[in-house]
Write a protein that binds this ligand. Structure first.
Ligand code: ADP
Length: 498
């Protein structure tokens, strides 16, 4: 009898493997970090081979931890950093270029070219997205331009494009399966979210050959079996979804109007809109939540590029903290930021501003400013950016949020959670375990193989023992702080020239 579902959670900074038991509890977790490459300012790349190696090591390691083997697994579910683009050789399985990461701005010029051809409305109508270097389409173009001969090889079907889910499925199945699913496909800017198919017009505009695209499958269903070489025996890969949609699933946001925010490298707020393709007037994205039984469900999304990564920068970039967790005590040691605001627009601003030319900005510095103030301002910025997006949700969907479900690594920070509740004026609901993204991927797989029979079976895992952070700040104070945040954002905008 299978005892576990294994989730492979391939994130921006680490590859994780988690074993979930029947109650949705974590039996074991293994994690491996990998290298971030910053070849030029605003560019971010990963070595896809290192992603694969760390992911495989995590999968093997987590089995070893509990003395389990492949036969103890019902199936594998994959969730992944979205949009990050890999192009590899179909025959050798070797990438032809470093993967271009979702955060990377290296395709700004290609985006401008698309805008100058007047494609903005068409892109929005077909894909639900805005033209931005965030999405995969222009990243594929970049790689095909950067590697000599790649365009021709792609047209001959010798190269494969994939987001990280496809890449891992290809490697896990020993190159037998080249497939993806709708939640990841909906982030490529070459996928029609209504038709649920690759979009010929956009493929043509970007000159991306169809021959290199993965096959489209359901998010919950068998993609193939892992090669026996990897885990000792074949295991079915039975589910996949982009990280944010997986966490929406893991949080149990199955009904229209339910929403969550994930605090990781960036912050991603998604609200389920059921079988309706949402429309935003405020700068949110329309995206596919998942495809099940051949039916697509949708979500409204606000994507914030830099959230926890601002804390990482305090640690690795300027050495203001030794570890991310220390930021909490530093922030609490001062009463406020002393008027300092920190807009972490390191790679421009995502929702709702979509300003590729914005850059990180610290305002309100005085001789009295300390590292405690700056650290606090970095944490508060995460909450302010989330408030920007929640306001858009409320305007677009014309509804008031009762509470916000949260997850992701930075949710461990209680100061941040309290400040989030305060600045929203809405309670924040934090589940007892924060690996909700992985749980969502496991659920998609476990439901496909009958390990679980109903998605509501897993609800207890994210609700029993949850912490509720109630707003405590006065409305006047909230409004005054938020108004100054908006002024600070203005200072960061349209900074990069050229
Ligand atoms: P991802 O999946 O995007 O790699 P995680 O969900 O693992 O991200 O969260 C890691 C991020 O959260 C990092 O950017 C880190 O700086 C931030 N983080 C982790 N712990 C804390 C903390 N206690 N306070 C603030 N930020 C934190």
């Amino acid at each position: 009898m299978a005892r576990y579902v294994m989730a492979l959670d391939q994130g921006t900074t680490s590859s994780r493997a988690i074993l979930f038991d029947e109650a949705g509890g974590i039996a074991a977790l293994e994690q491996a970090e990998f290298t971030q490459h910053f070849p030029q300012p605003g560019w971010v790349e990963h070595d896809a081979s290192e992603i694969w190696e760390t992911q495989l090591a995590a999968a093997r390691g987590v089995l070893q931890k509990v003395g389990a083997s492949a036969s103890d697994l019902s199936s594998i579910g994959i969730t992944n950093q979205r949009e990050t683009t890999v192009v590899w050789d179909r025959a050798t399985g070797e990438p032809i270029h470093y993967a271009i990461v979702w955060q990377s701005r290296q395709t700004m010029a290609i985006c401008e070219e698309l805008r100058s051809r007047g494609l903005e409305d068409e892109v929005k109508r077909r894909t639900g997205l805005v033209i931005d270097s965030y999405f995969s389409g222009t990243k594929i173009r970049f790689i095909l331009d950067a590697v000599p001969g790649a365009q021709e090889r792609a047209a001959r079907g010798e190269l494969c494009f994939g987001t990280i889910d496809s890449w891992l499925i290809f490697k896990l199945t020993g190159g037998r399966v080249h497939a993806t699913e709708p939640s990841n496909a909906s982030r490529t800017m070459i996928y029609d979210i209504r038709a649920g198919a690759w979009d010929d017009l956009l493929l043509g505009e970007l000159n991306v050959p169809r021959e290199m695209l993965p096959e489209l499958r359901d998010s919950s269903g068998i993609f193939g079996e892992t090669d026996a070489e990897w885990l000792g025996a074949p295991v079915p890969i039975a589910g996949a979804a982009g990280d944010q949609q997986a966490s929406l699933f893991g949080q149990g946001c199955f009904t229209p109007g339910s929403a969550k925010n994930t605090y990781g490298t960036g912050c991603f707020l998604l609200m389920n809109t059921g079988d309706k393709v949402p429309k935003s007037e405020t700068g949110l994205l329309s995206t596919v939540a998942w495809g099940r039984d051949g039916q697509l469900e949708y979500a409204l999304e606000g994507s914030i590029f830099v959230a926890g990564a601002a804390i990482q920068w305090l640690r690795d970039g300027i050495g203001l903290v030794h570890q991310a967790g220390e930021s909490e005590a530093l922030a609490r040691s001062v009463e406020d930021t002393g008027g300092v605001y920190f807009v972490p627009a390191f790679v421009g601003l995502g929702a709702p501003y979509w300003d590729e030319r914005a850059r990180g900005t610290l305002v309100g510095l005085t001789r009295g400013t300390t590292r405690e103030h700056i650290t606090r301002a970095a944490l508060e910025a995460i909450a302010y950016q989330s408030r920007d997006v929640v306001d858009c949700f409320q305007a677009d969907a014309n509804l008031a949020l009762d509470f916000l479900r949260v997850d992701g690594g930075a949710c461990a920070n209680q100061f941040l959670m309290q400040f989030q509740a305060d600045i929203l004026g809405v309670p924040v609901h934090r589940p007892p375990m924060l690996e909700v993204t992985a749980l969502g991927a496991a659920a998609l797989a476990g439901l496909a193989t009958g390990f679980w029979s109903d998605e509501n079976e897993l609800r207890a895992a994210t609700t029993v023992g949850a912490t509720l952070f109630e707003p405590r700040m006065s409305a006047d104070q909230r409004d005054a702080l938020y108004a100054d945040w908006q002024r600070a954002v203005e200072r960061s905008r349209d900074w990069v020239k050229g």
